[in-house]
Design a protein around this ligand. Structure first.
Ligand SMILES: *[C@@H]1O[C@H](CO)[C@@H](O)[C@H](O)[C@H]1NC(C)=O
Ligand SMILES: *[C@@H]1O[C@H](CO)[C@@H](O)[C@H](O)[C@H]1NC(C)=O
Length: 591
């Protein structure tokens, strides 16, 4: 069996001619563009996807290491790269990623953002929920099936590690005739036309003791570059571009292509009814696929990415370059200093309509989640840093932010508490005393608990995410692990006054909130406007332990709930997975 796989890879490598065609577009030989950005990956998996061929096993070796960049800035990398190697596979391929942690004194894990992990919930990458964190020197082997086509990305589960550079694109292709919108474009070159946006900070966020979620980055980068990423196109065709907001802070991004309107075809890896926009807005963790027609005068055009929220005032650019255009001057001049931008149509994912009609739901339970800041008395002991997903030194001094009277963001008046053993694998080892049921948090006296919503398979619920806004003016973005959500409504109080559960109940009863029950967009990442609500429908069709988390809310006191859907993981699997903190080789063994 092994031999067979090996020979398959060799054959595939021989026939791989990936980026050779790019050379013809370039006015000068630029080694940077031709640099191998897929170090450590099985390139044979990046290929045109065809019908009736066997899926492949795509293996990647990832080493997460700290590195000092040329400009002296420290960063975390995957195989010395940030963003990490792009992964491109075809539908049904088996993806195997061996992640080795070479960051001293840190535990890491990698989350496959948007990947549903049906049957492999222990590959979701959330420490102390779905796995033990990967200790320094250890390896965790992620393996799952690329079961759904679209644009995804991977990132370190810790906000700090992700912000420091551990993220990369992950695209699952399918045969072109299966793509619902393939008639709208001629080229879908995900290997060259995926733009993943990150942020750069002047120093590592890893290991910092304050809440890093509100730290303003220095600048934004597209595929790791501030202005140098190039998209080569030929005149007169339609191109599918894939945008990914890989920033872990509350940084919505506005993306536009100079003089090229975009047709949106997918949001969070789900096809949507096409909509034309001058600019698209992506909240942190969101992805959007758009089609751009190169019907302008042959030339070079700036793709502009501007930050909002914490990233307000920051921008990055890429270049859309028509073949034959000499872009030397464009490179030298750089993007023009922006005047006040005015786009006629700015579209974000929640406004879109799914291509597929939703099935009618008769009985559904509604669950209200109150999101707001509250004063809470935390003791040092309340924060056990030893099993936080954000890497911190163990049991440090009391963080300044909490010793002050500052209010902290909570769901139903509580912060999420990670257990000290992975809940999915060993639920009986998690003490009931740290758990609290959603809606019954009042019965729990500590400010933190493992907030849990237990659902049955195929049970339909509607979650009302209510950003009440009594004590905060911020909007927040939530990410659902496992199964995607149907976004039924997004509403912001026009009178800009805070909202309570009673207000919302009344509005819902009076049908005053516009719902889209017919074709709600299917998403894994949603924003919840301040003094507003986002209603999502969630139907678990397979088991697992899935976080619904706000990554951008706080890095000290997690804001999340755990959705638990019955599953029994075979003992064989549990025994085969690494147990917590069991293997830490000496530094000398690492190389
Ligand atoms: C591109 O333009 C630059 C500056 O105008 C010029 O020096 C260079 O020779 C041109 N390159 C080609 C291939 O025409
Ligand atoms: C929110 O904005 C309102 C109106 O500008 C202001 O009065 C209030 O103090 C703000 N609240 C917070 C928590 O910043």
């Amino acid at each position: 069996m092994k031999l067979l796989i090996l020979s398959l890879c060799i054959i595939a490598n021989l026939s791989y001619n990936g980026k050779a065609s790019l050379e013809s577009f370039m006015p000068t030989k630029n080694n940077m563009i031709l640099a191998d950005t897929t170090k450590g990956s099985d390139k044979s998996c990046s290929r045109p996807c065809k019908f009736n061929v066997k899926p492949r096993r795509c293996t990647y070796d990832f080493e997460i290491t700290p590195l000092i960049e040329e400009n002296g800035r420290p960063t975390l990398t995957v195989n010395t790269l940030t963003p990490g190697p792009p992964i491109q596979v075809c539908l049904h391929d088996i993806v195997i990623v061996k992640v080795k942690n070479k960051v001293p004194n840190q535990d890491v894990s990698v989350h496959w953002h948007g990947v549903e992990q049906k049957g492999t919930p222990f590959m979701d990458g959330v420490p102390m929920i779905t796995q033990c964190p990967i200790a320094y020197g250890s390896i965790y082997e992620y393996a799952f099936i690329a079961s759904s086509p679209g644009t995804y990305f991977y990132h370190a589960d810790s906000v700090a590690h992700q912000s420091d550079g551990v993220y990369g694109s992950f695209v699952v292709g399918q045969p072109q005739p299966s793509e619902p919108h393939s008639s709208l474009y001629d080229y879908d070159r995900s290997e060259d036309h995926t733009l993943i946006v990150g942020a750069k900070f002047d120093d590592l966020l890893t290991g910092r003791l304050e809440d890093v979620s509100r730290i303003r980055p220095d600048n934004l980068v597209v595929n790791g570059e501030e202005t140098d990423t190039k998209i080569f196109v030929m005149q007169g065709y339609g191109y599918r571009l894939r945008f990914i907001n890989a920033i872990a802070l509350e940084c919505p991004l506005l993306i536009s292509v100079e003089r090229h309107p975009m047709t949106i075809v997918a949001s969070d890896a789900s096809p949507v009814q096409p909509v034309i926009a001058d600019a698209v807005r992506l909240y942190p963790g969101e992805r959007m696929d758009v089609v751009v027609r190169t019907d302008q005068e042959s030339g070079g055009y700036w793709v502009r990415v501007s930050g909002e929220g914490v990233c307000d005032g920051l921008s990055a650019h890429a270049m859309l370059l028509y073949s034959g255009f000499n872009y030397t001057n464009m490179l030298e001049q750089g993007p023009a200093l922006e005047t006040e931008s005015s786009y006629e149509t700015v579209v974000f994912g929640q406004q879109l309509r799914s291509l597929r009609e939703a099935s009618h739901v008769a009985n559904k339970k509604s669950v209200y989640l109150s999101i707001d800041k509250h004063s809470s008395k935390f003791k040092d002991a309340d924060i056990d840093f030893s099993y936080r997903s954000d890497a911190m030194a163990k049991k440090p001094f009391f963080p300044a932010v909490l010793s002050s009277e500052e209010k902290v963001l909570q769901i139903n008046g509580k912060n999420f508490l990670y257990p000290n053993t992975p809940y999915l694998l060993k639920p009986r080892d998690v003490p009931p005393s740290i758990m609290c049921d959603i809606g019954k948090e009042d019965e729990h006296k500590e400010p933190q608990c493992l907030q849990i919503l237990k659902l049955q398979t195929n049970e339909v619920i509607e979650l009302v995410l209510a950003n009440e806004g009594f004590n905060t003016n911020d909007s927040y973005t939530f990410h659902m692990h496992g199964k995607k959500m149907e976004v039924i409504a997004t509403w912001q109080n026009p009178s800009s006054t805070p909202i309570s559960k009673a207000d919302i109940d009344k509005l819902l009863k009076d049908d005053s909130i516009t719902r889209n029950d017919k074709n709600p967009p299917i998403k894994d990442t949603v924003f919840v406007p301040n003094k507003g609500i986002t209603i999502v429908r969630y139907t678990p069709i397979f088991g697992g332990s899935w976080l619904l988390e706000c990554r951008s809310c706080s890095t000290l006191l997690p804001v999340a709930i755990l959705i638990s859907v019955p599953i029994s993981i075979p003992k064989l699997v549990i025994d085969a997975l690494p147990s917590c903190g069991n293997y830490r080789p000496a530094d000398t063994l690492l190389n």
